[in-house]
Each structure stands twice: as C-alpha cells, then as structure tokens.
Design a protein around this ligand. Structure first.
Ligand SMILES: Cc1ncc(COP(=O)(O)O)c(C=O)c1O
Length: 466
C-alpha cells in the first residue's frame, strides 16, 4: 500500500495553513496573490525554500538600502551583541551619543543649522514625535500634508496620511490634515503642463492665505490655524513622484510668512536613495524638522529618529519625558546606525548612486520606447518609477501592474537562463506604479538582468491581461 506523503511541520503547505489560521491578515502580506516564504537573503537577492533567487528591486521599501546581509553593518551588530546588547533607554551608551552627534553635525554642515536628534523605534512613531515637537512649539494641532502622502499607520500618522481607506474603520479623526495637491506633473491635478503651468498648484495654495474666508489665516494678524506642513521630498508610496526643482523653495517662502513649520519626512528617501544623503538637499530648502528611519540601520534592529532645529528641541522647550518608548535608542540599533553613518561618510554614494541611477534609467527607458503600456519612467538617484498604462500610454493600468508583480513573485522567470523571481513594489495614486528602490550596491550586470526580467514579466502580463 502506498503511504500518503508525510507532511513535515516546516513544509510550505503546512506553514501557509498555519498562517491562514493563526496570523492576523491585518498587515500587508495578502496584498499579493503569490505568497512566498523566504529563507535567506544576500546582496540584491532574496531566496525561497527551494533556493530560487529573487532579484529584489524594492529592498524592504528602501530599508535594506545597503544590500541584504551587508557584512559591515552585520559586523557592527554582532560586535554590539557581544558587548552591550541591552540597555534601558533611560541610561546612556556611547553609540547613541556618537550617532546623534554624527547626524546633527552632518546636518549642520549641509544646512548651516544647529539641532538635536531624538530616537524612537519605527517610522510612524518618529512621525508622532515630530507632531509633538510641532504642537509643543506652535501650540496648534492642525497641519497640512499632501494628497498622496504616506507617513505611517499609527493613529497620529494616519491622520496626516491622505488615504481615507486607512482611517475609514477607526473612528473620527478630528486632527485630520488639510490635504493639498502634490505637484504630480505626469497627472497634473489641474490638467496643466509642467513646462507652462508656472507652478499653478502652488499659486493656488498661496491664494488660500489671501482672505480669511478661505479658512486658513486670520488676515488681521496673519495668524495661521496650521502649525506645520508635513512633506515627502519625493512622494514615496504615491509612486516616487519627483516635484519640480523650485517647488519646495517657493513653498517654504509661503510657509515662513505665516510661521508654519516644514517637516521633512525622509523615512523612505533618506540615506542616499535619491543620490544625496537627504532627498530635500535637491530642492534648496532647510527643513525645520526631519524624520528618518528605515535605512538608518539598513533594516537591522530598527530605530528611527527626528532631527529638529535647536529652538524647537532644546532641553528648555522639550524637557525630559517629552516622548519615550522602551526600545527607542536600543544599543543594537544605535550601533548599526552609527556604522551606516560611517559607511555613508567613507563611501562615495554622492557619485555612485546618480551614476547607477542614470544607467538603470537609460536601460528601463528602452522599454518605454518599445511598449506603449510603459507610460512614464523617471527617477532621481536610485529612486525610480515605472508607471504602467493602457495602450494609450496614459490611462492607469492597475490590472497589468498587479499581473507583473505576481508574475515576478511566482519565481518562474527565465531571462538570463536560470529560474528566478523579481520582487517589485506597487505604489501610485492608481496603484499602477512600480517604485524601484534597488540596493545602492546593485551592479550593472544586475541592472541589465533586472531590465530583462522586467521585460519578460511585462510581456507575460500583457498577454495575461489582454
Ligand atoms: C515616507 C514614509 N513615512 C513614514 C513611513 C512609516 O514608517 P514605518 O512603516 O516604519 O512606521 C513610511 C513607510 O513606508 C514612509 O515611506
């Protein structure tokens, strides 16, 4: 008699069965149709239990910016494990101090502005801390944010994240931000062309301050009801949208007139993703507060942080106990963060990232020439967007985007003569944009392979959705 195949507890089938019964599905795992269980990672690749390599073009939403299993960051983590792996945040350790000093001195050099660094654990928690700094300084709860913004999913961060979908089931958000159109020039909110519009969207925002009847400002004393504007210098989840060069400089002039602070969310774009340490450096403004996380530790033992101008965060105005979390400046996080900061000082990302970005963009733009469904391919450094459209090259094509993502995750691509997968992240206002955030160490050969794998998935996707 043939014995039925014995299920091992760690078989994929068994694990997925357990997952379906015991894991909450309230996170984002089940956005995808193809569910993989990964077992190891190295450089630009994830590997599943059959050791199929998946070339990763999103690197944990840009948290593993310096490559998976980066030996230098890993060594720093292991060293810290051997020395001071644990310490309550109410006591000091040297890595926390050195990391804060490195970040603050770097910002002082770049922006000629003194300030301090305050740690937390995840991106959204640091956004909460930035909101506290703003409220404490401005004595106002209300803020501006952009349509298309994503600042995280704690309740506070959700109130300044534009999608109502994230708020819908969680009650009334009295402090919901006033959402302003982002300069998304490929799909202009006003139906204009960026070459000729004169930044009309910004002029519209400025006009809101003209009369008290536009609901923002008391024109008798110029007091504004809003304490800050939370921005993403390149809108990330919304599809790696790059604003016009002068946009933020002009915006800051308006905000300064009404004493509205500029809070720069660098959580996804910081640490050279855009070719500069801070993406805001491309746009010629000095933010009042900056928020960062993700790549700060290359995704190892996460920490996040804010930097704020001295006047907003000095001990006199932001005294002990203003914010706190048990794991906020844990030593494994600060040690890896310190190593990442040393790495970015010692290596030449300011040149290598723009050069790699140009190479990859040129390769991907060949696809735009060949396929009308590739509507826009743009990028800044290694933050690259590919917008998928119908054959008219403009109408958003979500079905094709989903198909390509799932084809990549199925791990059955063969370009390059070997079975491989492709890891892509979908973003965009219409969920039709691939937001590419490859490792900053990606090689030319890997970018060539990525282009070939993407083309193979695109062709399969077009056939599937025809
Ligand atoms: C720009 C931006 N802000 C905030 C967050 C929230 O960070 P976290 O997921 O670590 O809470 C993210 C996460 O993707 C982000 O991209």
């Amino acid at each position: 008699m043939i014995q039925p195949k014995q299920k091992k507890p760690e078989d994929k089938e068994n694990l997925l069965d357990l997952e379906s019964r015991y894991c909450s599905w309230g996170d984002t795992v089940h956005y995808a149709k193809e569910i993989n269980i990964f077992t190891r990672c190295e450089g630009s690749y994830l590997y599943d239990e059959e050791d199929t390599p998946f070339l990763d073009l999103q690197m944990w939403y840009s948290a593993a910016t310096f490559g998976y299993n980066n030996p230098r960051v890993k060594a720093a983590l292991l060293k810290q494990v051997e020395t001071l792996p644990q310490l309550a945040c109410q006591y000091l350790h040297k890595e926390k101090i050195l990391l804060s000093a490195k970040i603050a001195r770097g910002i002082e050099k770049t922006f000629q502005e003194k300030g301090r660094v305050h740690f937390n654990v995840g991106g959204a928690s640091a956004i909460e801390d930035a909101m506290k700094v703003v409220r404490n300084h401005a004595k106002k709860n209300l803020v501006f944010a952009f349509m298309g913004s994503y600042h995280g999913r704690t309740l506070g961060a959700t109130s300044i994240t534009s999608s109502y979908r994230y708020r819908e089931r969680f009650g009334h958000f009295g402090d919901r931000a006033n959402f302003i159109p982002y300069p998304y020039c490929f799909r202009c909110h006003l139906g204009m062309q960026k070459e000729t519009c004169g930044m009309a969207c910004l002029r519209q925002f400025e006009k809101l301050f003209e009369s008290e009847y536009y609901a923002l400002v008391n024109t008798k004393n110029q007091h504004c009801e809003f304490g800050a504007f939370f921005i993403e210098p390149i809108q990330a989840t919304a599809g790696y949208i790059i604003p016009p060069k002068d946009y933020f400089r002009e915006l800051k002039k308006i905000l300064d007139r009404y004493k509205v602070l500029l809070v720069d969310d660098e959580i996804q774009m910081g640490f050279y993703r855009s070719g500069k340490l801070w993406a805001i450096e491309h746009f010629g403004v000095v933010p009042d507060v900056m928020v960062f996380g993700k790549a700060l530790t290359n995704g190892l033992n996460p920490i996040s942080a804010i930097w704020a101008k001295e006047a907003l965060i000095s001990p006199e105005v932001f005294p002990p106990g203003s914010t706190h979390s048990t794991f906020s400046s844990n030593p494994l996080g600060t040690a890896t963060g310190l190593e990442v900061m040393r790495m970015v000082e010692e290596e030449n990302f300011r040149e290598t990232v723009p050069a790699k970005g140009k190479y990859f963009l040129d390769r991907l733009k060949t696809l735009k020439k060949k396929y009308p469904q590739v509507g826009e391919v743009e990028g800044l450094g290694l933050a690259i967007r590919i917008e998928l459209c119908q054959a008219d090259g403009f109408t958003p094509n979500r079905a094709l985007t989903d198909a390509i993502m799932n084809i990549g995750l199925s791990g059955k691509l063969t370009a390059g003569g070997k079975r491989r997968g492709l890891v892509l992240d979908v973003g965009g206002y219409y969920k039709n944009v691939f937001t590419l955030a490859p490792s900053l160490y990606i090689s030319e050969a890997e970018m060539d392979l990525a282009t070939d794998l993407f083309e193979e998935a695109l062709l399969k996707g077009i056939a599937q959705t025809r």
